[in-house]
Write a protein that binds this ligand. Structure first.
Ligand code: SAH
Length: 233
């Protein structure tokens, strides 16, 4: 469904566009998120607020709220909205929590996290994506997100420990530095698996210094690259 916006003044056009995307966001939350059983009010509000269409390349803007991942350049993708929501919910992010994300990509997941806490640290290994995401986040005033261009395998030791860590690229094992940088009682959410076809979204809690692992569902993420490719487990 497209609205014909040609011939309208730029201000009217902007208002109409905003209304269009607002409606898309509401439909996304109702059908894809609440419809699949996620209920956390703060999470739903965050998803209703973050302008996902501004995190995807121009040609995909109108598809931004659909029920699938989209290309963001460099062969990478922004995750399907439900997967972003699920990872955020199981990470149990509370106000004031310190959260680390591995795989900034478009910056969308980081923005959703910043709606829930003002301390978000996000690492991206591809320089162009890191640069682009950080300017989008800045332009939208997500001042609680710090983006670093680096290999996320090693985490962010200067800011550790974290209440929650979300890894948004697929890993064949859990990078030990990430588990180390988790607080006692902290949550690590990560797609684990060695195939390119699917991995298992896994929730790891640190209880008494030890990992308590719960497998959630099969997912498909782009692979983690860098150090992890050298480490055989
Ligand atoms: N969370 C993103 C989607 C991420 S796609 C969003 O909301 O848009 C996965 C991202 O992980 C890609 O951008 C990829 O470049 C990045 N990535 C892959 N290996 C990485 C590593 N070792 N460290 C940090 N980022 C990595």
């Amino acid at each position: 469904m497209f609205i014909n916006l040609t011939g309208l003044s730029p201000y009217v056009k902007q208002d109409k566009e905003e209304a269009f995307f607002q409606k898309k966001r509401e439909q996304m939350v109702r059908h894809q998120i609440q419809g699949r059983g996620l209920k956390d009010e703060r999470l739903l509000k965050a998803l209703l607020t973050v302008p996902r269409h501004l995190f995807v390349p121009g040609q995909y803007r109108r598809e931004a709220y659909e029920d699938y991942p989209l290309p963001i350049g460099e062969g990478q993708t922004i995750s399907q909205p439900y997967i972003v929501a699920l990872m955020t919910e199981v990470a149990e992010v509370k106000p004031g929590d310190k959260v680390l994300e591995i795989g900034t990509g478009s910056g969308y997941q980081a923005a959703v996290l910043n709606q829930l806490t003002d301390q978000v640290f996000s690492i991206e290994i591809r320089e162009t994506l890191a640069g682009r995401a950080s300017s989008v986040l800045q332009s939208l005033n997500y001042t609680g997100v710090k983006v670093r261009w680096a290999d996320g395998y090693f985490g962010w030791p200067e800011e550790a420990p974290f209440d929650a860590i979300l890894v948004t690229c697929a890993a064949n094992h859990i990078p030990p530095p990430l588990f180390q940088q988790l607080k006692e009682g902290g949550r690590l959410v990560i797609p684990v698996g060695s195939t390119v076809f699917f991995q298992t979204l896994t929730l790891v809690r640190k209880i008494g210094g030890k990992p308590v692992v719960k497998q959630l569902l099969d997912v498909r993420f782009v692979p983690m690259v860098g150090e992890i490719e050298k480490e055989k487990r």
